[in-house]
Unconditional design. Sequence first.
Length: 215
Amino acid sequence: MIRQTDYPGAMQVFARASQVHPQSPYVMLGLAMAQALGGKPGQAAETCKLILKNQPAFSPARLLMAFSHYMSGEYEQAERVAASGLRSSSASPYLYYVDAAALLKLNSADYTRMLQELDVAERGIQSCALCYFVRSKVHQAAGDLPAAILDLETLVSRIAPDFDQAWYRLASLYQRAGRQEDSRTARAKFEAIKTLESDPDSQLIRTMLLPSLRR
């Protein structure tokens, strides 16, 4: 059901299963994942909290909890949960992404830390378009316009040519850099491919946690 994006149905199934197997971290993780992707990230965070109460070392729950707080706009909580997970020597590269993205949302000026974390995330996550997207925002916040443009150019040329928001931001950055023709081209590309599909962060959650449900 989760693979088919039937999140309400998945929530019902996992909720019933959790009554029979309340101590199963994988059943509870399935419930939390359905909640997060089904538009209830606050409930997902609470479910992850219950998992971690019984099994503090269950890293997928910590990861989903950080993402859930991030999706709820609770960036301080997201950063705190992610940072606690990064203390582990085997921390997931996805946690590095969440921590950097949350710090950016919190208007942190620790650009070096964010860029280092995004480097780790990019090395560990195959074809991580969001890593380059957020890195571009960090470079822009740091005042490095050429680097911000290069990040997006790399994203759309090598990783995700149809990432509509990357083209949208690229058009804006080209305009700021005085590259009017490039800006018009990027804007036209955005208009040609813009979609109403689910946000990239939700897709990242699916990518990172669906394998966990096979256990």
